[in-house]
Design a protein around this ligand. Structure first.
Ligand code: SF4
Ligand code: MSK
Length: 667
């Protein structure tokens, strides 16, 4: 029996993870899976009913009508807890965006060792959105202006942040009317903290209005800037062959895992790992070379652009070290468990922190500086190679799966129409005809309180059967990759007949991997372009689409969910609600929960719900998609109408004698 209360099969759907959890138990080592079993979650804090904002508390509201010492009611406390989480998530994404903008500035001025502007076309396109002149100017000049504009968005005090202009016109008007246009990215985060200080904003609706504004500063601000600059500097993703799961680690090579979120250092480590000097250094140490892989969203960044394998998603970070085959885990920011250092002391693995913002007690720190990135990347790799001789017994699960990631919105546009007529028309037409019933974005984290990857992949597979096209990012995308759902032809026998026709015709997988957490902005762009293409209404809230984060755990996920609601989407979170309250004990504790759903829907056309049961998630997703189809006057989804074209039809025809084939084709 596994350490902790659940069996291995109940903890994870991934066979590689099950194998490593058995090894952890054999070695007597705890992981997040066993700690989650041992740590009973606090039902008061979990329901958003605890306030510790001042020294008169903490106040735990567990009785009907009870208030805190200051008189704060349950709805005020829940709304304050919620907005503080959104502010932290928005800050994390946006600070990432800020660092990217500073890197762009350094590259434009020739001060960033080893970096170049890889996608000049995207640089010119993005600059044009903001009226930055592009004709007869060098990429460096354009990048300099764009970097200045983007850096200014963070400290701007008045007006509106510029990426907002890329939203549908009607949505921009709605944001103005409802007073949620972000003035500056940092300003909204600071104001969220100010409003929730003791004695400030005390109307849950007013607090949550600012949660919308703070989240918009993330999605249509910091995160969008991060995605833009990453593409400009490292290349806009296009489909590429990749591989996922712990089986990508190699016994005869120096294994280096990059983990976290920012692509600046990891991209340089990719370059350094292929440098003849480093390969020779590794050979001299007795290894065949350096084998680089990723965990979490840093994995997604280099998987999407260079096809560097992903060792796994969030809950794989400890399991990778348990293989005993990892010489160094190089971390930057976000989603890095403190447990890594203690765990690695059982093996030879170096945990190397690199961000000036993140230190972990006991970890090695080699600070990253974009001005000498290549030098630092080589130093990190040499540290890992020097550690190869200390490797003991290894246990690498032989589980890995191929995938095709890299579906940027630019590539989707191109793939649907080709170089000379790139457009979203074929996608809109397929939805309007009913071949594609609707679109679902399945994103977000792993959470050890639910069975790893199960909710992501179960919901994905069930929606595919219903002709729902899926786009994915973050750890959800890696979950689908590990289950073989991100391959061109592999999953098509499991998708609905209409969606299958479209995938076969265009040559795409039914699940499109669009990137990392900040790349959820690519989904906003796709939705905007679908609106602009016409036929699916004049704003995002009219599109038959739903966003799901079945295994969420981070504050960033709440920020993403909130900006998607503000953009008009129906967002479903799995697991527990941070504002659920305990209705049997506090009668008005559902005020905030209902406001995030009905209240926000009245204002923004999008809503947020927390649904633990995956079948209920699927039912509500399909009901929402069908309701949106009906509101647009589109035909009701009918799977019987399609499936008579595409590869299946070709195979049928090929099996016929020539005369009959001719008759079938020409009548
Ligand atoms: Fe208690 Fe009010 Fe202080 Fe919160 S702000 S801890 S509810 S007294
Ligand atoms: S890494 S925020 S666990 S998706 Fe972006 Fe994964 Fe969630 Fe971190």
């Amino acid at each position: 029996m596994a350490k902790g209360k659940r069996s291995y099969e109940e903890k994870t759907a991934d066979p590689a993870a099950q194998e490593m959890l058995i090894r952890a138990d054999e070695l007597g080592i705890g992981t997040a899976f066993s700690r989650a079993d041992d740590m009973v979650p606090c039902n008061i804090g979990g329901a958003g009913m605890c306030c510790k904002l001042c020294g008169m508390g903490p106040c735990r509201l567990t009785k009907d009508g009870q208030t805190g010492v200051c008189g704060a009611t349950i709805d005020t406390i829940q709304a304050r807890n919620f907005i503080r989480a959104v502010a932290a998530g928005s800050a994390a994404h946006s600070d990432h965006g800020r660092d990217m903008a500073f890197t762009l500035k350094a590259v434009a001025n020739g001060e960033a060792e080893g970096y170049v502007i890889r996608d000049v076309a995207k640089l010119r396109t993005v600059a044009s959105y903001y009226g930055i002149p592009v004709e007869k100017r060098s990429p460096q000049e354009i990048a300099n202006d764009l970097a200045d504009l983007y850096i200014a968005q963070f400290g701007q005090q008045r007006g509106e942040i510029v990426p907002l202009r890329r939203a549908p016109k009607k949505r921009q008007e709605l944001w103005k009317q409802t007073g949620v246009v972000p003035r500056g990215i940092d300003r909204e985060v600071v104001e969220a903290l100010h409003r929730t200080h003791i004695g400030d904003d005390q109307d849950h609706r007013h607090i949550l209005q600012h949660a919308i504004r703070t989240a918009l500063a993330d999605g249509w601000g910091g995160s969008m800037i991060a995605t833009d600059v990453s593409d400009i500097l490292f290349g806009t993703p296009a489909p590429i062959l990749g591989m996922a799961n712990l089986g990508v680690l190699k016994d005869d090579m120096v294994n280096v895992i990059v983990h976290g979120h920012e692509p600046t250092l990891s991209q340089m480590i990719v370059a350094a790992s292929q440098d003849p000097e480093i390969i020779e250094y590794a050979r001299a140490a007795g290894a065949q070379g350096v084998n680089l892989s990723g965990i979490c969203c840093t994995a997604n960044e280099i998987l999407l652009r260079q096809g560097i394998p992903a060792a796994g998603n969030f809950l794989h970070q400890e399991l990778a070290i348990l293989t005993g085959a990892v010489e160094a885990m190089v971390v930057d920011v976000q989603c890095i468990m403190q447990a890594l250092v203690d765990l690695s002391s059982n093996f030879h693995t170096h945990i190397i922190t690199t961000s000036p913002k993140v230190r972990i007690k006991g970890a090695l720190h080699i600070e990253f500086d974009e001005h000498k990135a290549l030098t630092i990347a080589k130093q990190i790799l040499k540290t890992a190679i020097d550690n190869y001789k200390n490797r003991g017994k290894t246990h690498i699960p032989q589980v890995r799966e191929n995938l095709i990631p890299g579906f940027s919105h630019e590539y989707i546009n191109y793939m649907l129409g080709g170089t000379y007529r790139a457009s979203f028309r074929p996608l809109n037409d397929a939805i309007m005809a009913g071949r594609i019933r609707g679109v679902a974005a399945i994103v977000g984290c792993n959470n050890p309180r639910s069975k790893q990857d199960y909710l992501h992949t179960y919901v994905t597979q069930e929606l595919l059967k219903q002709d729902v096209l899926i786009v994915e990012t973050g750890c959800g995308a890696i979950a689908a990759a590990k289950q073989g759902l991100l391959l061109g032809e592999a999953g098509l026998d499991k998708v609905g007949p209409g969606l299958r026709e479209v995938c076969e015709t265009v040559g795409i997988p039914p699940v499109l991997h669009m990137g990392s957490c900040v790349d959820n902005t690519r989904i906003l762009t796709v939705l905007t372009q679908m609106v602009e293409e016409g036929g699916l209404g004049d704003d995002i809230d009219q599109i038959p689409a739903v966003g799901l984060a079945p295994e969420w755990m981070s504050e960033k996920a709440l920020s993403i969910g909130t900006y998607c609601v503000a953009s008009g989407a129906y967002v479903i979170f799995g697991g527990s609600s941070p504002v659920s309250g305990m209705p049997d004990r506090v009668a008005d504790s559902d005020l905030v929960l209902n406001y995030l759903s009905q209240g926000w829907e009245e204002l923004y056309g999008g809503k947020m719900e927390f649904i633990a049961d995956p079948d209920e998630m699927i039912r509500r997703t399909l009901a929402h998609i069908d309701a949106k189809r009906a509101a647009l006057g589109l035909p009701a989804w009918d799977p019987q109408r399609f499936g008579r074209s595409g590869d299946a039809r070709m195979l049928e025809l090929e099996a016929l004698p020539v005369a009959q084939r001719r008759a079938a084709i020409y009548g």
